[in-house]
Design a protein around this ligand. Structure first.
Ligand SMILES: [Zn+2]
Length: 710
């Protein structure tokens, strides 16, 4: 994932989409020594409040950031399309509605939202919010939303700035892999009664709070839920707390409607055999996976205030295994740099991985140009360092990793040059212009995949990999190809759906048929990945793909055993949305390491564990990569490798802390007054205290059986 500029021309398209999908951000300067965010599951004022998060039209990292911020604060969240707003009965059950990105609502949706707010509901539109819906903006006391590109902002005196002494909020020049002096934010004009919350250097207002009827609104052109935009990240969560406390002031103090449902968690790798309540089998316990946790929902409505209940879970005996995999993604050129600059051998590379406590390693093996870092297809151009190595570098590397208990997942891009040599007529046809992209094969066309399938077959037959992952050029919606094959494919799609076909080149962005066009491409992407999955699965190893953090990509859970997400420009908590919807499909949370401060790397890794991830790692070159010019400008800051080694060595310790704080969730009147975790059975005695408890664990909880595990 993520290519550098320069000679890797064929990767530019992929890079472009990565950049677009992440749009933004930056890290830098300063780090809160111990950010209060993402860490810990202490009870919040928002326990049991109901939030409706509207699915965005554009799937950037922002949609996940809002969800993550609410989920982390224990809101009871529903994630729905805006059509859901048309049922007022449905809408009226929520305490807050959150919408992000430039969402456009229909008149009926606006009218229901207006009524919802007037009746006392809260509405939050972040980073753009309902920019294209003037009627709703009026309810929110703003007009004239517009984009601005700025380097920072000044917080004004208002409920959001409570407890924040430093009002100047500069934005950092680099966020993850993104660099920019100026970041896109949304400016707006407050109308009467609107409370401005921040301004830029030109005096443009960047956010407005409002009251309407009995309800409250906030539209912010910057998102406090994504603190990676702020040089001082720690102000983000403070602003977010202030925002939610203000929006929901009346809801927080009002009596809560408790559900009587609690969630008890086990490690995700547990295979549950039985669920018992007071010794009797529970009726239909709902069991779901959320990253590193297996959640069992139990109905405790019958447990009255002041009463206790005993929950018993039985499962297959747990064996020693990590609850969090520690992953190193080694990008393009890692093998050659390692060989060239250190006289590196497979043994040395595997030993380095072991020294930093990695359990999984994911080298990129093939470029989109067909350039390979292993001995594969006869047509391949192989990296000279690998070609001249006396043995078989990849095969030996896999063996050396296996000797050390490290798994190796091979990463590959789909290629075009050899394919186009074989079938010149399978080039992508750009939808808008009708022009041929002679460098890019259409992977929707089976001929465009023929050679790619051969390369995958060759790879898994010749190397003892523990898995295969596609790098990020396989998602067909990113190409907007309108070749004759894709047109025919869309015609068949329309027939199946019973909708009227029109030539895709005539469809404009945003019209109903546009969404079908995208859906058709998503369907084709599933078909394409399935054809590879069949080959990989013949070797009984898992298959996955790298995607952006936005939600659209979760459709791939039908095909992939695991999805890898590049969590570079959003905080790790954004992954909660993916984990919440992926279920059994695993997720690798990949963090950005080059040019990053070592202490921040450690902190982000910890945050990623506390967001629920069961596999966390870094995009990083192994030692031997010199960095700076000629290497894409990516550089490992001194101390980075040591930071990763420390972070990885703490993975299980931090996971256990996370587990302890999540062992009981849901209805916040319940707390554990006694409990014991065994290898094959867990017993928890819980009590209904009748109001939000001060802590979830109020008695002795013995987790020593888990502590003994590696
Ligand atoms: Zn095509």
């Amino acid at each position: 994932m993520l290519k550098s500029k320069g000679c890797w021309v064929n990767q530019l398209l992929g890079l472009f989409f990565v950049l677009i999908s992440f749009l933004s951000l930056a890290i830098e300067k300063q780090i809160g020594s111990e950010g209060r965010y993402s860490v810990g599951q202490t009870l919040t004022p928002f326990e049991g409040l109901k939030a409706l998060v509207i699915k965005p039209e554009s799937f950037w990292g922002w949609d996940a950031a809002v969800f993550g911020a609410l989920h982390e604060r224990h809101f009871d969240i529903t994630y729905e399309k805006p059509e859901a707003l048309e049922d007022f009965g449905f809408l009226s059950q929520f305490d807050i509605v959150a919408s992000n990105i430039r969402r456009k609502f229909t008149p009926k949706q606006v009218e229901n939202l207006r009524r919802f707010i007037a009746d006392g509901g809260a509405f939050y539109g972040s980073w753009g919010g309902p920019m294209a819906t003037p009627d709703l903006l009026k309810v929110c006391k703003i007009a004239n939303p517009r984009s601005v590109r700025i380097t920072g902002m000044t917080l004004l005196d208002n409920p959001l700035s409570k407890g924040i002494d430093e009002r100047e909020i500069p934005f950092p020049p680099i966020i993850g892999h993104s660099r920019s002096g100026k970041w896109e934010m949304v400016a707006m004009t407050p109308i009467e009664g609107g409370i401005p919350v921040a301004k830029d250097a030109d005096g443009n207002i960047l956010g407005v709070l409002g009251e309407y009827g009995k309800g409250r609104t906030a539209v912010l052109g910057f998102g406090p839920e994504n603190e990676k935009y702020f040089a001082k990240r720690e102000v983000g969560p403070v602003m977010m707390d202030n925002l939610l406390n203000w929006l929901l002031e009346h809801k927080i103090s009002a009596p809560r409607k408790w559900t009587g449902i609690v969630e008890v968690s086990l490690p995700a790798r547990t295979e549950v055999k039985g669920v018992f309540l007071n010794g009797k089998p529970a009726t239909n316990p709902q069991i779901t996976e959320f990253g590193s946790l297996k959640k069992i929902a139990l109905d405790l409505k019958s447990v009255e205030v002041g009463k206790e209940a005993t929950i018993t879970l039985t499962y297959e005996p747990l064996i020693d295994a990590p609850n969090v995999e520690t992953v190193i993604h080694m990008p393009w050129g890692s093998f050659p740099y390692f060989i060239r600059n250190r006289n590196g051998t497979p043994e040395m590379l595997a030993e380095w991985l072991k020294s930093i406590n990695a359990t999984v390693c994911q080298p990129l093996l093939r470029e989109a140009s067909g350039f390979a870092y292993y001995k594969g297809m006869p047509e391949d151009t192989i990296s000279p360092e690998v070609a001249n190595y006396r043995g078989n570098f990849l095969a030996e590397f896999i063996d050396e990793c296996h000797k050390r208990g490290i798994k190796v997942i091979g990463g590959i891009y789909l290629e075009s040059p050899t394919t186009l040599k074989r079938y010149p007529d399978v080039a992508v046809v750009v939808r808008k212009t009708g022009e041929l992209n002679t460098k890019q094969a259409c992977f929707n066309n089976p001929k465009g995949m023929e050679y790619n399938l051969e390369t995958v077959k060759n790879l898994v037959e010749n190397y003892k990999l523990d898995g295969v992952i596609l790098d990020d050029n396989f998602e067909l919606q990113d190409y907007d190809c309108c070749c004759s094959y894709c047109k025919e494919d869309f015609r068949r799609y329309c027939e199946r759906k019973g909708i009227e076909f029109r030539d895709p080149s005539q469809i404009s962005w945003g019209e109903p048929l546009w969404f079908h066009w995208i859906e058709c491409k998503l369907e084709a992407t599933r078909r394409l990945t399935l054809s590879i999955a069949e080959i990989v699965h013949r070797h009984n190893i898992p298959f996955g793909g790298w995607v952006g953090v936005g939600m659209r990509q979760t459709h791939l859970k039908e095909v992939f055993d695991f999805i890898g997400g590049m969590v570079y420009t959003t905080p790790p908590r954004a992954i909660r949305l993916m984990l919440w919807s992926l279920g059994k499909c695993k997720f690798i949370c990949l963090l950005w390491a080059p040019n990053e401060k070592p202490e921040r790397m450690e902190q982000e890794f910890r945050e990623a564990i506390f967001a629920g991830n069961s596999a966390v790692g870094f995009w990083i070159y192994p030692p031997g990569h010199i960095g700076a010019e000629g290497y894409g400008g990516w550089r490992m800051v001194e101390g980075s490798y040591e930071a990763i080694a420390r972070a990885f060595s703490n993975a299980e310790k931090w996971w256990l802390e996370f587990y302890r704080e999540n062992i009981l969730a849901g209805d916040a009147r319940f707390a554990i007054i006694e409990g014991k975790f065994r290898r094959d059975k867990m017993t928890l005695k819980v009590k209904n205290f009748g109001k939000i408890v001060s802590e979830r664990i109020l008695g002795a909880l013995d987790l020593s059986a888990l502590e003994k595990q590696k």
